[in-house]
Design a protein around this ligand. Structure first.
Ligand code: GLU
Length: 301
């Protein structure tokens, strides 16, 4: 199997330090495996996509010396494929229309919370719409033991999520007619033949859903590695919403060295004068860190 990895930014703003950390980790992992590294623009969420941000991110990656091995894939150009996948799932009977509004779901979750029971989608529309119009499409998750998904994360160690009690039947196509991230990401990774996913730990919670979807579609499950997210002083994940600023593209090495420190790569105090020298040293440090395995990471992060 030849390694295929990817970086999948959402163009909601320019590349910031938090997304640089994910980009760098996925790039180094691909290099350490002599593999291919691809870029996918996750511009499927129309309302959140900022015009020009995708081009800006692609230019910044180039300026930082991270060059994709294939032309970027744009999610906005793949909606027919998502349609096909939804039909494939509908044919299995696993997908059903849901007429619940956000308010109805949150009301029922609030009362569930008060009763100290599950916070998952309660399955209101599983057996019919109760006379309401269809708003979204949901994927039915199994009950009981079959709902428990476990996987070994290469950084975070063994992970486990019970889809039935922690998530519930989840949305594949949203009420606002947008494709859900879960469906798009699974379709794209499978179609691109991605073997290794390296991304921020904020997506750890989505991984069990994605593995379940892969099983429903009969596509392989890639290896996963979730790097610690970068937070601001208040402890919030760095994002445009929490005030992350764009990277200074005139000083790529400074930001890259800071990103390598965040990934706890042992590279000494050396100051690098070329991107190539930095990437060679960082790739070796990444490979050494990966050799220690998830245990080594867990005890150090
Ligand atoms: N587009 C997602 C983000 O920017 C990443 C998705 C993924 O790597 O699976 O947070």
């Amino acid at each position: 199997m030849s390694y295929r990895g990817r970086f999948a930014p959402s163009p909601t703003g320019p590349l910031h330090f938090g997304s640089l950390v994910s980009a760098l980790a996925s790039w180094l992992d691909a290099r350490a495996h002599n593999g291919a590294w691809l870029v996918r623009v996750e511009d499927i969420d129309g309302p959140r996509t900022v015009p020009g941000a995708a081009e800006d991110i692609l230019t910044t990656l180039d300026r930082f010396g991270m060059h994709a091995d294939e032309p970027p894939v744009w999610q906005s150009e793949r909606t027919e494929r998502y349609e096909e996948i939804l039909s494939q799932l509908r044919a299995t009977g696993l997908v059903y229309p849901c007429g619940c509004t956000r308010k109805e779901i949150s009301d029922s979750l609030l009362s569930a919370h008060a009763r100290n029971t599950t916070l998952a989608y309660p399955g209101t529309c599983r057996d019919g719409l109760h006379g309401k119009p269809a708003r979204a499409w949901r994927l039915r998750v199994p009950d009981g033991e079959a709902a428990v998904i476990t996987f070994d994360d290469r950084w975070q160690g063994t992970q486990k999520q019970d889809l039935a009690t922690e998530v519930g039947d989840f949305v594949l196509r949203r009420a606002d007619d947008q494709w859900a991230y879960q469906l798009a990401v699974v379709a794209d990774d499978a179609d691109a033949g991605i073997t290794h996913i390296v991304r921020g730990a904020d997506l750890l919670d989505s991984t069990a859903r994605q593995i379940y979807l892969q099983r429903c579609l009969g596509v392989p499950t890639p290896a996963y590695l979730h790097v610690p997210v970068v937070t601001n002083e208040a402890g919030d994940k760095l994002s445009k919403q929490t005030g992350a600023t764009a990277l200074d593209t005139n000083e790529p090495l400074k930001a890259l060295q800071a990103a390598a420190r965040h990934l706890q790569l042992e590279m000494g105090e050396e100051t690098y004068t070329s991107l190539n020298a930095f990437y060679d040293a960082a790739t070796a440090a990444w490979a050494a860190r990966m050799k220690r395995g998830a245990q080594g990471n867990a005890s150090r992060s």
